[in-house]
Design a binder for this molecule. Structure first.
Ligand SMILES: [Fe+2]
Ligand SMILES: [Fe+2]
Length: 426
């Protein structure tokens, strides 16, 4: 940049009676940033104290006062200090680009997340530098920041169609596990029924932990350039934290306690060990949460009280988004890379091998589900409850195969993967 001739380019700034500490620094900074290096600006002030301080301010900010205030013109009550702009920039970055178009609003008021992503002045990259900083979408990074070391740097490895719409839906579908459940309805169940409900709720809560930990494990590996993925994972984590909360509350509200079964722990531990994002999505979102959609539907239809039904119904609504993501992501992954299919199948096989000792759903849980659906431990009702549980098992199998087909697997593979799926359901 060349310095303009000082005399020709001298500008004036009337600072009035504003003083240092009252906003004068900000006024000066704004005016000097808009000037060219070398340009002079006559700063006029009605305050003698301010005129005295101006040369010091100029030195400390990389500019220079042309003369002491005593030598400046005194124009009536005003003191004028001529300051030359230094060749300094407050930020180690290129100049900000010119102001662009405003972002689009729907119905004149709503700023949708998908519009943020599609209309931002920068596009989310297909692949991002692993050292990329915590740089918000569209912002200009200053040089000199630390190097990060993200592990997930390819957008396609993480994305799904409808991702931003799913995130938007998650935000608008939030509910409150403290006040949106009719908790008092859960207080008067017979002892054997309450015990069964507490056991089923404990089982579900255990499973919700893994649904919380899996996306939480991947989130800090995702490159900060992929804000759409971060927002989605955060919404998933938020949903699951609420599921842990609501099912723990329901398990304990009646004074009963349930077992956290070792078979469940084994199954969930093997899911948490999966380190590939797409394989984890198949295991958790498609197979695990998919199967749980059927379980939650069963609980909401057969619960002996309105509070339990509401817990299951509200969680079911959230799970539909998680399963939608998984099916969409796994289908796209296989489409983009046909070799990924064998890797995905391998992940299900490897997990099944770890769980070879699990031969079926825990008898403790089967019994509790049956009593929950019967609403009592009497013979006639138990028969009905047992039939409902049998129906549930068949429904889970049919729907699991349907979801695997939707996720891009052929019919034979879908049957094979469904059979390999953990008997623990998640
Ligand atoms: Fe959940
Ligand atoms: Fe979920």
């Amino acid at each position: 940049m060349t310095s303009p001739p000082a005399e020709a380019a001298t500008r004036s700034l009337d600072a009035g009676d504003i003083e240092f500490g009252d906003g004068l620094e900000i006024l000066l900074s704004t005016v000097f940033q808009s000037a060219e290096p070398g340009q002079t600006i006559d700063v006029a002030t009605s305050s003698r104290a301010t005129a005295l301080e101006l040369p010091g301010w100029a030195r400390s900010t990389g500019h220079s006062a042309e003369q002491d205030w005593k030598e400046t013109n005194q124009d009536g009550q005003r003191f004028i200090v001529r300051v030359r702009r230094g060749d300094v920039t407050p930020v180690l970055a290129p100049d900000l680009p010119a102001r662009g178009d405003p972002m689009p609003l729907r119905l004149g008021t709503q700023f949708h997340t998908s519009d943020l992503i599609s209309a931002a002045p920068e596009r989310i990259p297909d692949s991002a530098d692993p050292s990329y900083g915590l740089v918000p979408l569209g912002s200009i990074p200053e040089a000199g920041g630390p190097d990060y070391a993200w592990r997930l740097n390819r957008h396609d490895d993480l994305w799904a169609e409808d991702l931003t719409d799913l995130t938007e839906r998650a935000t608008s579908s939030q509910w409150d596990a403290t006040s949106d459940i009719p908790w008092s309805e859960a207080l008067d169940l017979p002892e054997e029924v309450e015990q069964a409900v507490a056991q089923v709720m404990t089982f579900i809560a255990s499973n919700e932990y893994v649904a919380l930990y899996v996306p939480a494990k991947f989130l800090p590996r995702v490159n900060a350039a992929f804000v759409d993925i971060l927002m989605w994972l955060a919404s998933h984590i938020n949903d699951e934290a609420r599921h842990v909360e609501v099912f723990t509350k329901r398990a304990l509200i009646g004074g009963q306690r349930g077992y956290a079964l070792a078979s469940t722990q084994m199954s969930l531990h093997s899911l948490l060990e999966e380190d590939d994002f797409s394989s984890a999505s198949l295991l958790l979102n498609v197979l695990g949460e998919g199967t749980f959609i059927d379980l939650l539907g069963f609980v909401s239809r057969n619960a002996p009280d309105a509070a339990t039904a509401a817990c299951a119904r509200l969680a079911h609504r959230d799970e539909q988004r998680h399963v939608h993501f998984g099916i969409s992501h796994v289908r796209r992954t296989q489409k983009l890379d046909p070799d990924s299919t064998s890797q995905l199948i391998g992940a299900v096989e490897a997990r099944a091998a770890k769980l070879a000792t699990l031969t079926g759903l825990s008898p403790v849980l089967l019994e509790s589900l049956t009593i929950l659906a019967s609403g009592s431990a009497r013979t006639a009702e138990l028969r009905r409850g047992a039939a409902a549980v049998n129906e549930l098992t068949k429904l889970m199998e049919v729907n699991r195969i349907r979801r695997l087909r939707a996720a891009g697997f052929d019919l034979e593979t879908s049957h094979y993967l469904s059979e390999l799926h953990t008997p623990n359901l998640m």
